[in-house]
Write a protein that binds this ligand. Structure first.
Ligand code: 13P
Length: 280
């Protein structure tokens, strides 16, 4: 069994969830590795397909490996390709040593999503790499950075059961009321639906759209089988706010990019820590 499946299955069995933070530059990866090293908590560096412009697959693999070695937190940080609509890219990431990939065919007709996902699973598993897939579609919130279908579609429990059994995936992302980005109104998670999915799908379940979701809602979802929670927007905005503030203090003639990078990293670390250790 691959490390992604093993780690998440153990988390679901123990009523825990791993945080998966989107990372796209030195500052965000440094922040995630610092959080793992400081807390001893396993977590996932999630590299979204849309961030290939910021950093390529090979460079990201090398960066994570080097920073984890330097921090001495081996075994705690998994590298994951997040939201990829390309089976070829998923296989490339698997060949480059990513621990897991998310093939996202949720926008496709069901049969096509199933066929493509099963093909990615077969290739990835031959390399001992885990696969996450998604059924349903999340709504869109403010400042979202994900590709959106434009409409929310909640995951159907019976379809989820069929999909998991037919594809052999390691984890299933579900749509139960969270949104990508910041909420425009108070989130209301469909926990009954999650409970029905969890009863039919024995796999670790994944909750996208972690940003701004109240802690008690996250905890309730974890109790029902969510074993991975994805967070992007809130950490990114915390990093940007710190850069803007530091640049303003230093002034245009003095705002060295190196100083702004450190400000970004510090703020991202604090934001991620808030998820790993709520209340600290
Ligand atoms: P948020 O940006 O809402 O935290 O969602 C992140 C996500 O689900 C990445 O896959």
């Amino acid at each position: 069994m691959n490390a992604f499946h093993r780690t998440l299955a153990q988390a679901r069995a123990e009523g825990r969830a791993l945080l998966a933070f989107n990372c796209y530059n030195l500052e965000s990866v440094s922040a995630a590795v610092a959080v793992a090293a400081r807390t001893g908590t396993p977590l996932i560096v999630a590299h979204g397909e849309r961030y290939l412009e910021n950093i390529g697959l090979r460079a990201m693999r090398a960066l994570v490996t080097a920073l984890v070695q330097d921090a001495g937190c081996g075994g705690l940080v998994l590298l994951h390709l997040d939201h990829s609509a390309s089976p070829e890219l998923c296989i490339q990431a698997a060949e480059l040593g990513y621990d897991s990939v998310m093939y996202d065919g949720s926008h496709l007709p069901y049969a096509e999503n199933l066929t493509n996902t099963a093909a990615v699973v077969q290739a990835a598993h031959s390399l001992n790499v885990g696969v996450e897939a998604e059924l349903g579609a999340l709504g869109i919130g403010d400042a979202s950075h994900e590709f959106e279908t434009g409409h929310e579609a909640l995951t159907d429990p019976a379809q989820a059961q069929h999909f998991a059994a037919e594809t052999g995936i390691d984890a299933l992302a579900v749509s139960i009321g969270t949104v990508h980005g910041l909420y425009r109104s108070a989130p209301k998670l469909d926990l009954e639906r999650l409970s029905a999915i969890a009863a039919l799908v024995p796999l670790p379940l994944v909750l996208h759209g972690g940003s701004g979701t109240p802690r008690d809602a996250l905890n309730a979802a974890i109790r029902l089988g969510i074993a991975k929670i994805n967070v992007n927007t809130e950490v990114a905005l915390a990093g940007s706010a710190a850069v803007l503030a530091r640049a303003q203090v230093l002034g245009p003639g003095q705002a060295h990019a190196a100083a702004l990078g450190l400000a970004q990293q510090e703020a991202m670390t604090a934001s991620m820590l808030g998820y790993v250790r709520p209340g600290h």
